[in-house]
Write a protein that binds this ligand. Sequence first.
Ligand code: RP5
Length: 206
Amino acid sequence: MQQKQPLKDVRDALNLTEDHGVLVSSEGVGDQAIGEPKVLITMGSDSDLPLMMKAVNTLCNEFGIPCLVQINSVHRDLRAAIQHIEHLPASIQVIIACAGGAAHLPGNIADLRADLPVIGVPRDLGALKGIDALLSMVQMPEGAPVAVMAIGDAGAVNAAIHAAKEVAIGDPTIRERLQAYAEKRKGKVKRQNETLEQKLRNERPS
Ligand code: RP5
């Protein structure tokens, strides 16, 4: 079994600094995390974190893919965001970016990183309930694509699955875990059919 290493050793081995964000893996957070981060999960504010935990947990728990998590606001500190995104660890293969409102983060990252796929998650927030974020992300001009997911929870989980599919292109183990995940979903339909007769009886007037 893989031994847990103290944070400093992990960071030294991977050349990670605090500027790269917080490492998260299925083993834990920061000094408990193990492995090379393959995905950056970034968001405009820590108020996006409850939504993005759905992506973090799906990546770590379902697929065993370590990720870096970092706040980057292109409205509050554009210079720091550019610095972070331009200096990601070389192991990062895909970026998930979440924002609400006038959501420019994923599109800006798509321009900064011509070499990495960017997945956008619109947050359901404020008067327009995420429609503003969705349209901001999806209406990118030609040349800087953002793969935009659904607004809210489903979008966060799907972003993680989509990111896992990108990582799986070069990693057969992740491909197998994607298959296992799909099988689990099929099991849900089977279980629903098994209880359907009883539910129909309950719904019918007596
Ligand atoms: C966006 O503004 C963030 O991504 C967040 O979704 C939204 C609100 O941020 P807070 O005011 O909660 O920090 O840039």
